[in-house]
Design a protein around this ligand. Structure first.
Ligand SMILES: [Zn+2]
Ligand SMILES: [Zn+2]
Length: 220
């Protein structure tokens, strides 16, 4: 088996264990401090988590598209090269299996899980529920991001996915297609795409490119 796929398998398994364990600890905290009001705040935290995941997907994607190159240590082969390669052959992502699609994102989530598990006892039960829900939610949406991106390029994704795309709950093919069109410098968010209008109109990305002396998207 390809060593990278073994790493992907280990990362996804570790993600599942750490996320499940966090869910169990949240349930334990809930038995101490759960309430209807807290359930409402948990729902708000999950919505915020979805927005944070979309924003992070946009920022990381923008940086990988425009800074460094395939030879940049560690991040070059792991992050920058796949994003640049995706521009040359957008359909390539649809040929990735489950492990290749999701292993990378699970790997980057592991240190965050470990950090929270080590510090979980610092929080009161109420705070632990909200922080745990926020972290588990944000990382779950980060986990889903590459899969959602892949579905946006698939000609025939599963029927349930097509419904989510049509309702705009996840990144739709039409929305994401704008990233793959000239000038190739917008629509970087690839979880739901909800934050693309804000990020694109804010001028922050163009400002960062200007101060870095960049004229347009890097090609290698
Ligand atoms: Zn891109
Ligand atoms: Zn794409």
């Amino acid at each position: 088996m390809n060593p990278l796929r073994i790493l992907d398998s280990v990362s996804i398994s570790a993600y599942a264990v750490l996320s499940g364990w966090l869910g169990f600890r949240i349930m334990q905290s809930w038995s101490l401090a759960g309430s209807p009001a807290l359930l409402f705040y948990c729902a708000l935290v999950l919505l915020l988590s979805y927005l944070i995941a979309d924003l992070l997907s946009g920022v990381v994607h923008f940086l990988a598209d425009n800074f460094g190159n395939a030879d940049t240590p560690i991040l070059g082969p792991a992050l920058i090269h796949p994003f640049r390669e995706h521009h040359d052959d957008p359909a390539e992502i649809t040929r990735h299996g489950f492990l290749e699609t999701n292993g990378n994102n699970c790997l980057v989530c592991i240190p965050v899980f470990l950090g929270l598990h080590l510090t979980y006892h610092w929080f009161s039960p109420e705070a632990a529920i909200l922080v745990g829900t926020g972290v588990n939610g944000t990382l779950a949406f980060i986990f889903l991001t590459n899969q959602v991106h892949k579905w946006a390029h698939q000609p025939k994704p599963p029927a349930g996915v097509r419904m989510l795309q049509r309702t705009g709950l996840i990144l739709s093919p039409d929305h994401h297609a704008r990233h793959h069109r000239e000038p190739f410098l917008n629509h970087y968010c690839i979880t739901s795409g909800w934050l693309n209008p804000i990020l694109d109109r804010s001028g922050i990305l163009q400002f960062l490119l200007r101060i870095a002396g960049k004229q347009g998207r890097e090609t290698s």
